[in-house]
Design a protein around this ligand. Sequence first.
Ligand code: ATP
Ligand code: MG
Length: 688
Amino acid sequence: MSDNKDSHPKLHIHTHDPDLKFDPPKRVAEVAHVQTFAQYEKMYEQSVKEPEIFWGEIAEQFFWASQPTGAFVQYNFDVRKGPISIKWMEGAKTNICYNVLDKNIEKGLGDKIAFFWEGNYPGDDKKITYKELFEEVCKFSNVLKQLGVKKGDRVAMYMPMIVELVVAMLACARIGAVHSIVFAGFSAESLRDRILDASCDAIVTADGVWRGPKLLNLKAIVDKALDFCAEKGKPVKSCVVVKHLTADGDATSKEEKGKRPCNSLQITMKDSRDRWWRELMTAASDHCDPEWVDAEDPLFMLYTSGSTGKPKGVLHTVGGYMIYAATTSKYSFDLHADDVYWCTADIGWITGHTYVCYGPLANGVTSVIFEGTPMFPDAGRLWDVVDKYKVTKFYTAPTAIRSLMKFGDNFVTKYDRSSLKVLGTVGEPINPEAWHWYNTVVGNGNCAVVDTFWQTETGGHVITPLPGATKTKAGSATFPFFGIVPAILSEDGVEVKGPGQGYLVFKQAWPGLMRTVYGDHERFETTYFKKFPGYYCTGDGAKRDEEGYLWITGRIDDLVNVSGHLLSTAEVESALIEHDSVAEAASVSHPHSIKGECIYCFVTLNEGEAFTEELSKELKQVVREKIGPFAQPDFIQNAPALPKTRSGKIMRRILRKIAVNDRDVGDTSTLADESVIDTLFSLRCPSA
Ligand code: ATP
Ligand code: MG
């Protein structure tokens, strides 16, 4: 290694010791629900050995109108023994809306702020208490009933990050209807497909929304999607429209004036189908008894991000999801009554379902709902909002962290941020470089960083540190959450004991696990249970180190086999990102006549850096030195931007196609920006 280095004297790489451990900050540990690792281990042991007792005690903190009629938990993970099925507390009757609202108000939290709403434009904000939220939810429950929505019916939502979205979700839950939220950045075609797949009878939307400096006409997109549905003979009966934009004339208050201008947006209302939210709400009663539903009745369905293929319509049920969302929120973020908690995820993704809506409300905390983007009006916005509300627990994605790093530390350090105690991350493996920046620059080295691994399918965190108990390592999701029994399997399905690498699977059911793919149980069984009978297969790879820490290595589909060495994309990418010029990187497999496969990399450079042949050589050298000569990429391509899902994840399956110059890139419905593809094809390494 050293002789190579001599020929490249200018390497600007940072070196991180993967075994360096970070203690939970004292001020966090001292007040935490779980204060030592030994305490975590004790609770963990009970959670996996006696799940009925562990989860039974937690369930007792919720209201049940009746008790389970059969076993507390019953499941089959083995396709050879019969259909896959997962049931928790079947026969017990409850209501999640009742538990997160009525019950909190009974406990005296009625006047507590449930949500601070922070709009796209700084200064456009409002707040809502638990009692006010409850009243709105009851009213909208009555609106839904009046529109003919009944228990079990599916209601689509295509909405901005506004309080009305939470109101609509909870109203569905209150009457036993099933919500199906579609991120309001999807095209009319994607929305149509999701509405048809779920046979939705009603949809809730808004006129439009400002996202950063851009105005989107949501209603026009909904109109187009609903026209398609009608043409297919499956018309959606009702469409409720929130008037979110404020022409001067309709502003409800002086402060609101001009904050969300509607410019000349054309909104057309179809007489028999479309109704304004405010009109329906004014006429509705604020009393609505909850519908007592079965623990195993559906609560919502939600499509995965589509990073690896056509999105799957994941179905979650009421009882298990409720206790899992509440428990993971409580322990992973160490939530307490005085917290101000902020998860930046859009409610259109699972992170927003569990950690903007249900989890925080179940814990009775105050949260922030943010409509805007991290870059608007500038790269300091998140920290401005942290200071404004004195946020204590903050949760975001590596993609946001990496993009903010590009703009330098000043945008962060000019804000106070001393309220912060826990910093969470989710969505992709976090590269050590980004982890350290989050920890030291954002957190001043004084916060617990929790890298939470989970999936739409898992309902809540499955591998995560606990802020007061777990010593962290940069880039490791550390240890399993309560009730989760992970294993690492080799290609032939043998469990890797001790240190090693392979397929990440789970051996036991936990309450928050999905129950089926909506309308396609066979796809559910094939996707998650057929490859390794007896296990739930995540599709992700993981590595266990000498000390038992788990490291997510990325998608199994993304592994590269170079001359018999199995390499994870995450490893190569993390090495590239440690170079001073590189902001983001993605690596994929490319066929090679001798090695079988070789590595093809895409790199996005920091502001002001230029892509040169020299830099390309230097980057190859970086990977060679950090991982080993066999890992040296054959190709490095300039990527002004990477193809990402609308939730911000890198879509390596598209990059694999670009690397081999195959224009048939597959399903692009969840791609955030189509133009990236042409740009990347035009910048391909010609020799590849
Ligand atoms: P699709 O299943 O349609 O391909 P998706 O898997 O991206 O889409 P999600 O359910 O939103 O949809 O994302 C879950 C995936 O995100 C995980 O399987 C994993 O690959 C990645 N992920 C989430 N959190 C982490 C984390 N903390 N570390 C590493 N990877 C993570
Ligand atoms: Mg997935």
